[in-house]
Design a protein around this ligand. Structure first.
Ligand SMILES: *Cc1c(COP(=O)(O)O)cnc(C)c1O
Length: 400
């Protein structure tokens, strides 16, 4: 008989009852170091006192009122995001896919309202991940995810990630914009080069296209800057955010420049839950921490240390680890073909380390942004033991 909880995930047989910082305790009493952060989402780790207090206090006051009324917590959160970013205006929703849907709607609406309704197509990239709604499946373009769900939503063209010639060749009179993750997360922790991002910006300007960044995974400090595109010194026209934006409370956002946002007039887009007082109280609490002086510099420092330690780890296990890649605290170990990332993930779990598999046989590490040297040391120790245990298996597989 089917499980009451619909079986759309291959879950580890493990449940957690409590967490503190980067550590979580399972219901059977074991302790784990969380280098997955619930898929790059628990930005402040578990049970962060400031976030917990903000949620509890707001829940006791008022949780939800609908967007038929002013929401001071949402106004404040939007103002703070505007002040801290390229954006002039922010729309709140509940997830990454919903933010991306709204972002593509915003891009199409901009062209429709500025005399080019024929421009509706987005150029996307092979290896992308933009979510699981019908249109975002098409934007993702992964045949495995699309199979069985009927005709693919029209309007998304794919080219190889990082290939500027292919981008330019794909531009037609119907192209509206370019949609890209600064670091492909699900696709295998593959960073775009800063030069590629800069060239995408230039190409958008040259052809009158909008640059739409999906920073659902890379944003909110994960790269060591608030937004990953800041490393490239560029600004998008519009950007999506979610995952870490409220530290694990469901919240998504579309951040847009005025020339894009001004066309999303009343009635053009909406969300019942989006930006409710509770979610925005969580979002504000996360910003309190991330925007505090020195916090992002600390993320950058610990990320660089983790990067160096992972390089040394890879050098100790050259037969298994082909490459360390990523940016900030979104890092991946690309494993040799004879060791699968799901086996490595299971082996790390049995050492007490939570990680997340990603595409291209990559083991993804996305620890909470609050980790310190002790957590880096502990993770490296566990990874070292895990890779040591996998080594004989990989030699066997290679010998076959
Ligand atoms: C996780 C993710 C999404 C989808 O977010 P959901 O909240 O699961 O809908 C979209 N884009 C990127 C880059 C992501 O990492």
């Amino acid at each position: 008989m089917i499980a009451a909880l619909m079986p759309t995930y291959n879950r580890a047989d493990l449940a957690f009852e409590r967490g503190e910082g980067a550590w979580v305790w399972s219901t059977d009493g074991r302790r784990f170091l969380d280098f997955g952060s619930g898929i790059a989402t628990s930005a402040l780790g578990h049970a962060h006192p400031h976030l917990v207090r903000a949620i509890a206090e707001q829940a006791a006051r008022v949780m939800h009122v609908s967007n038929l009324y002013r929401i001071p917590e949402a106004e404040r959160l939007a103002e703070r995001h505007v002040a801290a970013s390229f954006a002039d205006s922010v729309f709140f929703c509940n997830s990454g896919a919903e933010a991306n849907e709204g972002m593509v709607k915003a891009v199409r609406k901009y062209h429709a309202e500025t005399g080019h309704p024929e421009r509706y197509r987005m150029i996307c990239f092979e290896g992308a991940f933009h979510g699981r709604t019908l249109a975002m499946l098409a934007a993702t373009g992964n045949a495995k995810y699309l199979a069985g769900f009927g005709p693919r939503v029209d309007g998304f063209d794919h080219v190889p990630f990082g290939d500027m010639n292919a981008v330019r060749a794909a531009i037609t009179p119907e192209t509206a914009g370019i949609m890209v993750e600064p670091v492909q997360g699900e696709g295998g922790v593959r960073p775009a080069s800063l030069r590629f991002l800069q060239e995408l910006r230039r190409t958008c300007d040259e052809f009158g296209l909008l640059l739409a960044l999906d920073e659902v995974q890379t944003g909110m400090g994960r790269s060591g800057k608030l937004w990953a595109h800041q490393w490239a010194g560029i600004e998008p026209d519009v950007m999506s955010a979610a995952k870490g934006i409220a530290g694990g409370f469901p919240l998504g956002a579309i951040l847009a420049k005025e020339h894009v946002a001004r066309h999303l007039v009343p009635g053009s887009h909406g969300s019942t839950f989006g930006g409710n007082p509770l979610a925005c109280a969580a979002g504000n609490a996360v910003l309190d921490v991330i925007l505090a002086p020195g916090f992002l510099e600390g993320v950058d420092r610990i990320a660089r240390r983790l990067w160096r330690e992972l390089q040394a780890l890879a050098a100790r296990h050259p037969a298994i680890v082909e490459e360390v890649r990523g940016a900030g605290l979104l890092l991946g170990l690309k494993l040799a073909p004879e060791v699968s990332n799901s086996d490595a993930q299971a082996a790390a779990l049995s050492e007490g380390l939570l990680t997340v598999a990603a595409g291209m046989n990559v083991l993804r590490l996305a620890p909470p942004l609050i980790i310190g040297d002790a957590e880096v040391d502990a993770a490296i120790e566990m990874l070292d033991r895990m890779l040591g245990r996998l080594a004989p298996a990989s030699r066997q597989a290679a010998a076959q």
